[in-house]
Design a protein around this ligand. Structure first.
Ligand SMILES: Nc1nc2c(c(=O)[nH]1)N[C@H]1C(S)=C(S)[C@@H](COP(=O)(O)OP(=O)(O)OC[C@H]3O[C@@H](n4cnc5c(=O)[nH]c(N)nc54)[C@H](O)[C@@H]3O)O[C@H]1N2
Ligand SMILES: Nc1nc2c(c(=O)[nH]1)N[C@H]1C(S)=C(S)[C@@H](COP(=O)(O)OP(=O)(O)OC[C@H]3O[C@@H](n4cnc5c(=O)[nH]c(N)nc54)[C@H](O)[C@@H]3O)O[C@H]1N2
Ligand code: SF4
Ligand SMILES: [Mo]
Length: 774
């Protein structure tokens, strides 16, 4: 299409690609995004943008995106109409549950669900329609340890304290690389700028990471810990605080219990005891603990590298224990609980229901549920293992577990054996190619955006909403409508019309209002749900639901109770968002434990400590290698490799290895190495770098686009290898069911030495697996 600047306009769109949630100003010609820059007037992101946001036009217009539903006919995925697609679901699923029961249908929720409005508003409705416990999400490849530790400590798995980046004097950051990832469980546009500002105002940054990442290079101190040992390191820091009488919970003192028990629990984790396992000397550990205690304000923050490891929940727990013991939890400059505009409005502090783990277990391996989920690592066995309640059908929303979860080859085979599978996905990829029905959502430019999840993890309270930048193309359905129709289809309804779709949202509104009017703490207590419903505004069901949540939320107008408060209309009048101020203390109101206090040494944590004690004694041989992952600024898990603008350069799937290890193994830069572990072996180009500690190698995840039957023309040309093929799914953090993705013992051998003339050999293509069709 020729450029026609006379026809160009701008529109605002919050970026859905990572947790930073930057406001973008899109340039639009006709219905096409021709440019994207940071929105300088955005109340939160203030113009920040990264290369992914700048390339959103390429993503939006990717010719490989699906534009119609696909339905499997005679084994072949074929373009179909929406009604054919939903009818196929309505025919298949209710019949299947009729015969095999409700547990025969599993649900997989992937990462983009936290980046779309539909993903926030409909999965719970779908799950209650299906009444299945077979729920698997990306959380058990990611942050479930944090939900579990928050649930146990504070009573609420979603009460996750975030470091107060703008005000802290001292940040101890473990297992995160925000200069590439832009941050996680800490929504902060321009995280890199905030770290630089911390240094500029005289603050201290310590980074704990086996790699000398871009973030580590920014730090005052980089501690190249041995992978998988952060919990030991954190336990030793806690030990030092007690030993040297440096604990001072400050304002929290009256709100915690179990302080003496924690002191006892970490007694044997002295710096000297952990030094060997962590490969960090005891004096450094003592210094870090003393600095943490002495800083006017400080925050400890751990992410992927401290979560997706053998002791992920213990490490996550210790992060907050340290924040509490140093008086930094819940105080400005420390780590605080955000209060988002759609959260439940605060109410008087009172004991709550607490948080329980293991209310049910998985059928095959008996894994305990965590936060209502079973480990994704157990998905393949739940599909393959015969018996009652075997999963026979799967609904996959925005997930690509064939690449993102352990043992993709096994999962690939398992998905191929399902009786029925639905994927809601814009791409025909490694996972969706197994579906019987693929339902493609529209591109970002055609979708509204509100961050239900990330506003509750943001370093500043604020609220922003963007409507679709361009109208929906003919033939596409909004993802909210897709999911609402999916709810109707799994309930057996065929030929659902507009009013049936609206009824799904109306039902949710009614449920929420019925609860609110019965709640003595609600501003609408005693009023009529029908009258309140009639007062809701918004063009669509999701907008009306947003209006309701805003009005009943902590800053809400309360249907007249606080006339100056938030409504959808007020938010729409502020297209660059509304700032709701810095994070503020929320203890004790935020606590929902049974005791009404912070339960510092929860039972399940105490019961897992012997495993950590055991790790004290573990020693690896001098030549042992541990595998870790990494992210690249221009990547996004498994699905941005198809965007040409973001591909190439340093964004490649190489095995990073330290030169001393490479020399010992006979590996040269640019040669090929085979990496093997529990689940299999992969062969990747070697990249020598001093930026990784000896004894550790790194492969990025989300690669391995070499399977047939996909439509990913750019990605397939540079497929890379699937690092998760090295895992067999048996390594889990037991409390959270989270897969161990970092700190995996591997062996590395030479496959192709670099040629004498320095020519880099081609990566041999793996034999394509047989495409199973059902
Ligand atoms: N080895 C290793 N493995 C890892 C990780 C690691 O660090 N190391 N990280 C883990 C982490 S943190 C995560 S979160 C997971 C992520 O793993 P998944 O949850 O599987 O997510 P993605 O790989 O991002 O795949 C997202 C899917 O959603 C589709 N999609 C994109 N946009 C939309 C949309 O708007 N709507 C819908 N319906 N679909 C969309 C994409 O096409 C793709 O199929 O991977 C995990 N796997
Ligand atoms: N560009 C880009 N941005 C992303 C994503 C992406 O794929 N690409 N994915 C998004 C998602 S889903 C998430 S969850 C976030 C994740 O955001 P981050 O948590 O910042 O994730 P990573 O960049 O993988 O950084 C993890 C770091 O942990 C280190 N590490 C590995 N093992 C250990 C260990 O045992 N101990 C310690 N201390 N460190 C260890 C690794 O070397 C790595 O530098 O990023 C999000 N943002
Ligand atoms: S940092 Fe994240 S939210 Fe911001 S532009 Fe980049 S991908 Fe989008
Ligand atoms: Mo993630």
């Amino acid at each position: 299409m020729p450029h026609d600047p006379s026809n160009s306009r701008t529109a605002l769109r919050i970026c859905p690609l990572c947790e930073a949630t930057c406001g973008l100003t899109l340039t639009i010609e006709g219905a096409r995004i021709t440019g994207a820059r940071g929105d300088r007037d955005d109340v939160f992101s203030r113009g920040f943008i990264c290369p992914k946001g700048a390339s959103i036009g390429g993503l939006d217009a990717d010719p490989d995106r699906l534009r119609t539903p696909l339905v499997r006919k005679d084994g072949v995925l074929t373009e179909a109409s929406w009604s054919e697609a939903f009818d196929a679901i309505a025919r298949a699923l209710p019949a299947l549950t009729e015969e095999h029961g409700q547990q025969a249908v599993g649900v997989v929720l992937g990462n983009p669900n936290v980046h779309t409005m539909a993903g926030a508003l409909y999965p719970s409705v779908l799950l209650s329609a299906l009444r299945t416990r077979a729920l698997f999400t990306a959380s058990t490849l990611d942050q479930m340890p944090k939900h579990v530790s928050s649930g146990l400590l504070f009573g609420d798995p979603n009460a996750i304290p975030v470091p107060d980046l703008d005000r802290t004097d001292h940040l101890l950051l473990l297992g995160a690389n925000p200069l590439e990832s832009n941050g996680s469980l800490c929504t902060a546009p321009d995280f890199p700028g905030k770290l630089k500002a911390l240094r500029r105002r005289g603050g201290t940054l310590t980074v704990v990471d086996p790699r000398r990442t871009r973030t580590a290079r920014l730090a005052d101190r980089h501690v190249a810990v041995r992978p998988g040992t952060d919990a030991l390191l954190l336990a030793a820091l806690t030990h030092v605080l007690f030993e040297e009488k440096l604990t001072d919970p400050g304002a929290l003192t009256g709100h915690i219990e179990g302080l003496d028990e924690v002191a006892e629990a970490v007694r044997e984790f002295t710096p000297e005891a952990v030094a060997g396992a962590c490969d960090v000397d005891a004096a450094t550990i003592r210094t870090i603990a003393r600095e943490l205690a002495a800083a006017p304000t400080a925050a400890v923050y751990g992410r992927i590298g401290s979560c997706t490891v053998e002791h992920g929940t213990l490490a996550s727990w210790l992060v907050d224990v340290l924040n509490i013991l140093t008086g930094n939890l819940d105080r400005p400059g420390g780590a605080l609980f955000p209060l988002s505009a759609t959260a439940r409005a605060p109410r008087p502090a009172a004991p709550g229901k607490g948080f329980a783990l293991g209310r049910w277990t998985s059928r095959v391996s008996g894994h305990p549920e965590a936060n209502g989920e079973l480990p994704v690592s157990a998905l393949a066995e739940e599909i393959e293992t015969p018996g009652e309640d075997r999963i026979r059908a799967l609904i996959v929303l925005a997930a690509n577990p064939v690449l993102s979860a352990p043992d993709g080859d096994r999962l690939d085979r398992a998905l191929g054996g399902l009786d029925f599978m639905v994927s809601v996905d814009p791409y025909l990829n490694e996972t969706s190619r197994h579906a019987h029905v693929v339902l493609p959502p529209p591109p970002p430019s055609q979708s509204a955006h509100f961050d239900f999840a990330f506003n509750a993890l943001a370093v500043r309270n604020q609220v922003r909403y963007t409507r679709p930048a361009v109208p929906l193309d003919d033939g596409l359905l909004d993802e909210s409508e897709i999911l609402a129709r999916l709810v109707l289809a799994v309930s057996g309804m065929r030929g659902a019309d507009r009013s049936a779709v609206d009824a799904v949202d109306a039902m949710v509104v009614d449920r929420l209002l019925t609860k609110a009017v019965a709640d003595p703490h609600s501003p609408v207590h005693g009023r009529s749900p029908a009258e309140l419903t009639a007062d809701l505004t918004g063009r669509t069901g999701p907008e009306r639901r947003l209006d309701l949540m805003l009005r009943l939320g902590p800053y809400g107008e309360g249907f007249g109770a606080a006339p100056e408060g938030l409504t959808l209309q007020r938010l729409l009048a502020h297209p660059h968002g509304i700032d709701l101020g810095p994070l503020r203390p929320r203890v004790p109101e935020v606590l929902t434990t049974r005791s009404g206090r912070i339960e510092l040494l929860p039972g399940p944590v105490a019961a897992d400590l012997p495993r950590l004690r055991h790790a004290l004694a573990e020693r690896r041989g001098p030549d042992a290698l541990l595998l870790i992952g990494r992210r690249h600024l221009r990547s996004n898990n498994s699905w941005l490799h198809n965007i040409a603008e973001l591909s190439g350069g340093s964004n490649v799937c190489t095995l990073q290895i330290h030169p001393t290890d490479a020399a010992r193994l006979g590996l040269a830069d640019g040669g090929l190495a085979t990496v093997a572990s529990d689940g299999g072996a992969v062969t990747a180009p070697v990249e020598l770098t001093e930026g990784i500690r000896a004894g550790v190698v790194s492969l990025p995840h989300g690669w391995g686009h070499s399977r047939p039957g996909t439509r990913l023309s750019v990605a397939a040309a540079h497929p890379g290898v699937n690092v998760n093929q090295l895992l067999d799914g048996s390594r889990l953090d037991p409390l959270s069911g989270t897969a161990v993705l970092n700190g995996i013992p591997v062996t590395v051998t030479v496959t192709v030495a670099v040629t004498p003339d320095g020519i880099v050999p081609e990566v041999p293509k793996a034999a394509p697996p047989v495409v199973p069709t059902a």
